[in-house]
Design a protein around this ligand. Sequence first.
Ligand SMILES: Cc1cc2nc3c(=O)[nH]c(=O)nc-3n(C[C@H](O)[C@H](O)[C@H](O)COP(=O)(O)OP(=O)(O)OC[C@H]3O[C@@H](n4cnc5c(N)ncnc54)[C@H](O)[C@@H]3O)c2cc1C
Length: 397
Amino acid sequence: MKPEYDLLVIGGGPGGALAARTAAEQGLSVGLIEKRPAIGVPVRCAEGVGRDLLEEFMDPDPAWISAEIDRAVIVAPDGYRMSLEPSMGGNEVGYVLDRKRFDRELVIQAAEAGADIQVKTRAISPIIENGTVSGARVEQNGLVQDIRARVVIAADGVESKFSRWCGVDTTVPLGEIETCVQYLMTGIDIDEAATVFYLGNDVAPEGYVWVFPKGPRTANVGIGISGRKSREGSRPLDYLNRFVRSNFPNGRIVEWIMGGVSICPPLEKTVADGLIIVGDAARVSDPITGGGIYNAMYTGRLAAQVAADAIAKGDVSAPSLMPYDAGWRASKLGSALQRNYRIKEYFVKLSDDKLNRLVHSISRLDLSQFSTLEIIKELIRHDPSLLLELKAIRDLL
Ligand SMILES: Cc1cc2nc3c(=O)[nH]c(=O)nc-3n(C[C@H](O)[C@H](O)[C@H](O)COP(=O)(O)OP(=O)(O)OC[C@H]3O[C@@H](n4cnc5c(N)ncnc54)[C@H](O)[C@@H]3O)c2cc1C
């Protein structure tokens, strides 16, 4: 790798790859480092992404799509199933990706655009000069190298350390980390065109179980529960095993992954002098679903555009990089994150009884009018005592 770039990207996930590709396309010299020896593995994801969202960035390619999804099914704690057709299922309807291939494809696109890629290379500390992040000290196979850059993009995921090393507070409270476990299961009876979400405090407290098809009789079967609900005998794995025993007793587990998802508000500030933070590292995954593929790609691309402008102006200070922070907050993504956080805060407190009533109520709606606002209105109609509780959320919608 060269000792100096315009832009250095830490992390080869969707956020880092989009940042590297966009910056290289704009003519910047770009280096991207990834600590793992291969891009995209191990997969730590249920791999679902909305059709419209993905297509904002690229044309779908069967080479990295495992399944096409045309509806989302919500299963209430009492077993009642509600089906949301594509126009209502939003981000939960579209594709289940093959992220091993998808992430690699994104990084290949960055390389084709001219970015240097180096795997098995870990950032071990930032280079900070006169208070400005000016690169990273990296380590590969025991060899340490300093790589300087005008701007560094931290795209190092939910376990991000780089921004913390640069003095940004990235702490996530325990209750706002969903701890997740997922099996890739085969030999199971599933609806191959539907993503299915199981709700309920006995199934997944402050979270949900998902079944996302990956092909014939094969699916990602996973769970996320609140970190504050996880304890001896009630860990995500315990819940998942109970779910699998009662729903897919004859299935075979062929992969097993664990991971965390932040469901907190985004970082208060996602830029510093010489630094931009994107994707999970910036805590921009969706607080309700935990989905963050699109969010990482969106922020990664915007970060590169703003970095290119700042470098062209010769000013990479935090104020000069602020259009990135202000840009994603003012976008549809930014308002969705704000709104969904408030909604999540409300939903995690619902008893199973209220969840059942909510799902039954929604399924009686004219779903051609379906929107979050309609759900809330319906809930209020059904149970006026919730009015005050819901007012704050309703005001946001
Ligand atoms: C169980 C689970 C299920 C999920 N399901 C979905 C889903 O269905 N849909 C969805 O949209 N999202 C889902 N997500 C979230 C999604 O995976 C992330 O939001 C997305 O991958 C974020 O992309 P990113 O580029 O920000 O980070 P990542 O994809 O995490 O990439 C960060 C990269 O940085 C590398 N890295 C870290 N530190 C360093 C370092 N010091 N030096 C060099 N490299 C480093 C890591 O190895 C990693 O490759 C799920 C997450 C989990 C855990």
